[in-house]
Design a binder for this molecule. Structure first.
Ligand code: CUA
Length: 320
């Protein structure tokens, strides 16, 4: 129940009714399987009575229609149970359709092969920012999630916080999530979308309102300028020359939108959509050969010497 992707426990009002439904329908399914298994064993054990001596053998089954009572009993039990399950499911779907109060925060989430782009919308244009794969939300309030995909069908799923919602090219789907308790909740693409579907994870961190505001202001601020540290400065120049056509770092000329925004990469805990931890060794290995970490990944292997790569890593790690 405490495994990160288990939907048998939940941590918010968008997921709680689904958890109850999952337990309820699961319990009913188990009960039906057990009853059928018992009836089957009983039927085998009971056997037909031996046919009378000299009979044709057909008499043992009784007169035509003798077994129909069991069909009526079965229908009489299963039809009301199935009808109740349908009504319960529809009721739950209605319950999780909309949050109890209007969300103040809207996230525009774009699913890419194989990572998540997350844009924090704001009525003030200068307060919009973009991040990737790690979402922060304030605890205790609903968050609206607007979903789109430029490539194939994905599915946005944070089992502890909300049910699945498909992300379909050409269609904008809207869902919401809410965390009742602070914590870090794992999300996962739940629709097969190609080679790295399984490594299209993300995390939702539910912060106290104060911690959320601190995080948000940190993301809004441009990253610290390439410092006096010569390694970082050299890494910054290398990044601008070799990486900037795909990645954005705010406050710098790097403005590529093909890959994830990296303005505050060092504030994230994982790389490559939850695939590896964000530390020096893994970051270095990822840049050296992305396809070795994530076969099929669209990020190319950019030619660099080991010394140059170390400088780029130092620069990326300065983006706090
Ligand atoms: Cu994206 Cu599976």
């Amino acid at each position: 129940m405490t495994t990160p992707l288990s939907y048998l426990s939940s941590a918010g009002p968008a997921a709680a009714p689904l958890t109850q439904l999952a337990w309820g329908l699961g319990g009913i399914s188990v009960a039906v399987s057990v009853i059928v298994a018992i009836a089957l064993v009983w039927g085998i054990w009971r056997r037909r009575p031996a046919p009378p001596a000299g009979g044709s053998g057909l008499e043992a089954g009784g007169p035509p229609g003798a077994g129909m009572a069991w069909i009526y009993v079965g229908l009489g039990i299963s039809v009301p149970v199935l009808a109740a399950c349908t009504v319960w499911t529809l009721f739950v779907l209605g319950e999780v359709m909309h949050p109890a109060s209007k969300p103040h925060l809207t996230l525009q989430v774009t699913a890419h092969q194989w990572w998540w782009e997350v844009r924090y919308l704001d009525p003030v244009a200068g307060r919009v920012f973009t991040t990737a794969n790690e979402i922060h939300i304030p605890v205790g309030e609903p968050v609206r999630v607007v979903l789109s995909s430029p490539d194939v069908i994905h599915s946005f799923w944070v089992p502890k916080l909300a049910g699945k919602m498909d992300v379909i090219p050409g269609i904008t789907n809207v869902t919401w999530m809410q965390a009742a308790t602070p914590g870090r909740y794992r999300g996962q693409c739940a629709e097969f979308c190609g080679l790295q579907h399984a490594r299209m994870a993300f995390f939702v961190t539910a912060d106290s309102p104060a911690a959320f505001n601190t995080w948000r202001e940190g993301q809004l601020a441009p990253p610290p300028p390439a410092s006096a540290n010569p390694e970082v400065a050299q890494g910054s120049a290398l990044f601008a020359a070799r990486c900037a056509s795909c990645h954005t770092v705010s406050g710098t000329p790097a403005g590529g939108i093909v890959g994830p925004e990296l303005s505050h990469l060092a504030s994230r805990e994982t790389l490559a959509a939850g695939t590896i931890p964000n530390d020096t060794q893994h970051l270095n290995a990822w840049i050296a050969d992305p396809a070795a970490v994530k076969p099929g990944v669209l990020m190319p292997k950019v030619p660099m010497t080991a010394a140059e790569r170390a400088q780029v890593v130092a620069y990326l790690q300065s983006l706090t």
